[in-house]
Design a protein around this ligand. Sequence first.
Ligand code: MG
Ligand code: MG
Length: 263
Amino acid sequence: MKIFLKTEEEIELMRAANLMVSATLAEIAKAIRPGVTTSQLDKVADEYIRDNGAVPTFKGFPNPCGGETFPASICTSVNDEVVHGLPNDRSLQEGDIVSVDCGILLNGYNGDSCYTFCVGEVSAEVEQLLRTTREALYKGIETALPGRRIGDIGYAVQTYCEAQGFGIVREFVGHGIGKKMHEDPPVPNYGRRGNGPQLKNGYCIAIEPMITMGSPKIYLTDDRWTVKTRDGKPAAHFEHTVAIHQGRVDILSSFEEIDKIVK
Ligand code: MG
Ligand code: MG
C-alpha cells in the first residue's frame, strides 16, 4: 500500500477542487424537482464544471467490471440504485431519492463528494435512512484523527447504522484521494477498532457510507455500472473528502450551500 501524504499547499488545492464539487452539487440541488430527468442533471453538472475550468473525472472512467467507460459527469442513483447509476431520460418522481456523486479534477487535484437528495416529499422511513447515513458520515469523520486507524472509521459508521437496523454495503468503500481520484488506503464503512493503517497528518481520504434500508446485498445490473439492492429497497450515499492535518480532521467538501437550497 502506497499512501501519499499531502503538504499544506496540496491540501489547499484539494480544498479548491472539493469546494467546486460542492458548488456543482448545489447547482444540482436547484434543478431537482419532480419531472426532471437525471440526464438533465448531468448536463447541469457538466456545464458548471467546464465553465469553471475543471474536468469531470467520472466521464470516461474505466469500468472496473469490464464494461464501457462511464458515459456521464455524475453518477445518479435513484431509490434502489446504490451507486454508479447512469443518468438517463427517466423523470424523477415525487417521493424518489437520488444520490448524486460528483468528481472533478482542478489544478491537478481531485474532489469527490456525494449527496442524496429527496424529490419532493419522501416517506418518514426514507427520511430516517437519509438522516442516519448522513449522521454516520459525520461519525466516521469525527473518528478520523491522527493516531486513530482506518478500522475505527468503519467501526463508527457500521455500529451507528446497524443499531438502527440499516445495512452496510461492503463491496464499495471510501478511499484515499489526491492526484488520483482513488488512492490508498481503502476506507471501508465497516471494521474493527484498532485495525488498519494508522491515520497521520497529511492523509486525504474520501469517507462515503452507502447504507441500505433492508439487506445490504447488491447486484450489478446489465449496463455493467448501475449497482442495485437485491431486495429492491432504497439506499443512501453521502460522501465528504477530508484532510487530516494540523492534528485534526478538516472537511474539504461542504454541504452548506446544498442545505440552504434543499431546506
Ligand atoms: Mg464519490
Ligand atoms: Mg469516492
